[in-house]
Design a protein around this ligand. Structure first.
Ligand SMILES: [Zn+2]
Length: 323
């Protein structure tokens, strides 16, 4: 386990296998007869397997992260305060935000900083009615893979549901609703070095270390919550049963990448653990308790690294273990 010392986290990944029973977390629309179409993915060998999109996981992470940020007084921009998924792109029509800069967005909004945004560029209108707008963007610091069911370890049951029409004459509508169960592999990557950083220009914008640590802790807490309490589509009546969790958290402590290896492979935990060295910490887990304990230790003892060119100037945090 992590000691009482603080650890610098440059980047981390969570590679895990999760078992959900009777869910419909991610669907691919309907075919016109009210039947939901479960999302599917072909694997490299042509096997078709059940899947849940990363988009839905990212959306729910962002929604919960906003709540965690507000709880610890991390500022949000007006768009994120209103849970507008466009984030900074929704600010351009506000009179207070005519002079929008990346510095202002990153300083004034933890969610735009963590989940990214895109303000498109625009040329000035020839009649002078609109001014030129510069492109501003930041890539998300948290990235989610598809959840892919292990071949041979997923099933689907078609449930018949009825819905009453608005009047007696409408009668009852018969609907087919599939519910699925399976063991899914998912990877999450979180680039903590990018907190408060203009990642295009690789420039530190939020140079208050305490504020960066608060954002980092909220991102980790939200990741922990979203693994332990699955969110997605149709949870109002098909809240999944979480019945198993195992995997490995990989922390890269120096500039570089945290390795990702899929839980589709049976020996993924052993192989990830074998990567451990002075720059790479690995925390395997086989239960929800071990996962939760590892995440709590990280929340307590890890701090986000600084971009390399800022190590000497901005503050005293070194890129390696500190006492
Ligand atoms: Zn925002």
């Amino acid at each position: 386990m992590i000691s009482n010392n603080l650890w610098v986290c440059y980047e981390m990944s969570i590679n895990f296998r999760v078992e959900w029973q009777a869910h419909s977390l991610s669907n691919a629309g309907s075919n016109g007869s009210n039947r939901l179409l479960p999302r599917r993915q072909l694997l490299a060998d042509g096997t078709e397997t059940d899947a849940c999109s990363g988009n839905i996981a990212k959306h729910h992470h962002a929604v919960l992260l906003a709540e965690h940020f507000e709880a610890v007084s991390i500022p949000l921009c007006p768009a994120c305060r209103n849970r507008d998924g466009r984030r900074a792109a929704a600010l351009i029509n506000l009179t207070d935000y005519k002079e929008l800069t990346i510095e202002r967005i990153l300083k004034e909004c933890g969610l735009c900083d963590a989940h990214g945004f895109l303000v498109t560029s625009k040329n000035a209108a020839s009649d002078g009615s609109t001014e030129t707008r510069q492109r501003l963007s930041k890539h998300s610091l948290v990235e989610f893979s598809y959840a892919l069911a292990l071949p041979g370890h997923h099933t689907e049951t078609t449930q018949i549901a009825t819905r009453n029409g608005s009047s007696k004459e409408d009668g009852q509508m018969i609907m087919k609703m599939p519910s699925r169960s399976g063991q899914y592999s998912r990877c999450v990557r979180y680039r903590s070095v990018g907190i408060g950083v203009d990642t295009d220009k690789w420039k530190l914008v939020v140079n208050d270390e305490e504020k960066r640590i608060l954002r980092h802790q909220a991102i980790l807490r939200t990741l922990m919550d979203s693994v332990l309490s699955p969110e997605g589509a149709l949870t109002a009546t098909m809240l999944p049963h979480l019945t198993g969790l195992n995997g490995a958290i990989v922390i890269r402590t120096t500039p570089g990448r945290a390795a990702i290896y899929s839980a589709l492979e049976p020996d993924f935990i052993t192989l990830l653990v074998s990567l451990e060295d002075d720059t790479c910490r690995v925390f395997p887990f086989t239960t929800i308790t071990e996962f939760s304990n590892a995440m709590k230790e990280l929340i307590k003892h890890s701090i986000p690294a600084l971009p390399s060119q800022n190590h000497l100037g901005a503050n005293k945090v070194s890129p390696t273990k500190i006492d």
